[in-house]
Ligand binder design. Structure first.
Ligand SMILES: N[C@@H](CCC(=O)N[C@@H](CS)C(=O)NCC(=O)O)C(=O)O
Length: 235
């Protein structure tokens, strides 16, 4: 059976990483049996030192995008066949927008925002032994701040970053409209991507300005609830 390696549930969602949630939901949508192995230490065994990765017999595949491509090819997943060539191209570009732009805004909103960092510190690091928990969280936080500076978003003000985040939420809200899924009545692989990004703002159990901005879009909130009722048995 396929093994999916992630960090584990946090803030009321099944994983703190959108990329892990993406693969998890994809496996559910594709009706592929798998075992979810949640442990922060999975990072050490990951071929790319990031999570998620999967193991399928002797194959280890890392990176959510490559994992989805692997699963689609190997298990002949057909749930994107109702998409036109144009919609498939849109799905590819939207995925890059969420994975490579909205993701960094999520990172900022959790690791840098002064009002949210204490929540993250508590949830991620409270079980670390002393003296590790006295210094490791701050070392890691400094490293994330440096990464964001290099990536570029760390040079913007919080107001500018919130505006950028809202551009993603607003665009997703328009794209979804009144539909059940992003490309109509049936789910596609983009729904795994979209839900995985949105749930990290909408379904989590804390209330910073980024989360609250996403929650202003009623159809996105309902979309997350629909997916959770159907695939995560949340009422
Ligand atoms: N492009 C990768 C990104 C994976 C990724 O960035 N994972 C983060 C968690 S959200 C991680 O493992 N971070 C740990 C680290 O960088 O040490 C994917 O799509 O899987």
């Amino acid at each position: 059976m396929i093994k999916l390696y992630g960090f584990g549930d946090a803030f009321g969602v099944i994983d703190a990483s959108p990329f892990v949630v993406k693969v998890d939901l994809f496996l559910k949508l594709a009706d592929i049996e798998y075992e979810f192995i949640a442990d922060f230490n999975n990072l050490k065994q990951s071929p790319k030192n990031k999570l998620p990765y999967i193991e399928d017999n002797d194959n280890k595949i890392a990176d959510s995008a490559f994992i989805l491509t692997y699963l689609i090819d190997k298990y002949k997943i057909r749930f994107d066949t109702h998409l036109s060539a144009e919609q498939k191209s849109q799905s590819a570009l939207y995925t890059h927008a969420l994975d490579e732009s909205l993701y960094w805004l999520l990172v900022y909103s959790r690791w840098v925002k002064e009002d949210t960092w204490p929540v993250i510190n508590e949830v991620f690091f409270s079980e670390l032994p002393i003296p590790l928990k006295w210094f490791l969280p701050n070392v890691l936080r400094k490293d994330v701040i440096k990464t964001l500076k290099r990536q570029g978003f760390g040079r913007h003000s919080e107001t500018e970053l919130l505006t950028k985040a809202d551009e993603h939420f607003s665009a997703l809200s328009v794209l979804l409209g009144e539909q059940d899924y992003f490309f109509g009545e049936l789910p596609s692989s983009f729904d795994a991507v979209a839900y995985s990004a949105l749930c990290q703002f909408i379904s989590v159990d804390f209330f910073n300005s980024f989360n609250q901005q996403a929650r202003k879009y009623e159809n996105l909130v309902q979309y997350c609830q629909r997916i959770e009722e159907k695939y995560y048995m949340k009422a």
